[in-house]
Design a protein around this ligand. Sequence first.
Ligand code: GTP
Ligand code: MG
Length: 196
Amino acid sequence: LNYRTTRYETSAARLDQCPADTGREVAFAGRSNAGKSSALNTLTGSSSLARTSKTPGRTQLINFFPIDEEHRLVDLPGYGYAKVPVAMKQDWQKHLGEYLEKRQSLVGVVLLMDIRHPMKEFDQIMLDWARDSQMPIHILLTKADKLKFGAAKSTLIKIRNDLKEWGDQLSIQLFSSLKRTGVEELSARLDSWLLA
Ligand code: GTP
Ligand code: MG
């Protein structure tokens, strides 16, 4: 697919506000500040497609980005922003849970983790859910430029080894929006899900 044709369509606060549940879509999930919006912009070659919220955690919206008539990328709200009250976190979990469980066109989840802070509680919750629902997962270890290459590589190898019992349901790679590394590997994975 040509990800450079991706545009913004709409934002939804609840499942019933999402675009028609047809075709195929892949969602980008991860803790707040993991680099979701940056990764979407890097993939699509657009510096301003997915905006970084000035008040992270406040907007509880699911953002839809059609690539073409049949295929979409979805930017999920970031999780774990420290200043968000507990009630808001619960609300977020409810809407995200509803989206993940009921959305028929969702064919895979890209789970982004800052390579310096991988496998936090939110990530484990997402992985547990993915296992239960047999949803394919592709992990991006983001901001790989923050580590020396050897350290980034050994983090990759360790996490890949920890998750090896997942088999084909899960894959993992290094990614940097700053250095634009890992873009081809990501688009190949998205192609495999969206064009299957
Ligand atoms: P929320 O919308 O709050 O959930 O955050 P997000 O996951 O969309 O993160 P975002 O893309 O807004 O990036 C958060 C911060 O990390 C920004 O200051 C980015 O500039 C920075 N950042 C993102 N990707 C990279 C990267 O690959 N390398 C470096 N060094 N910084 C990055
Ligand atoms: Mg964002």
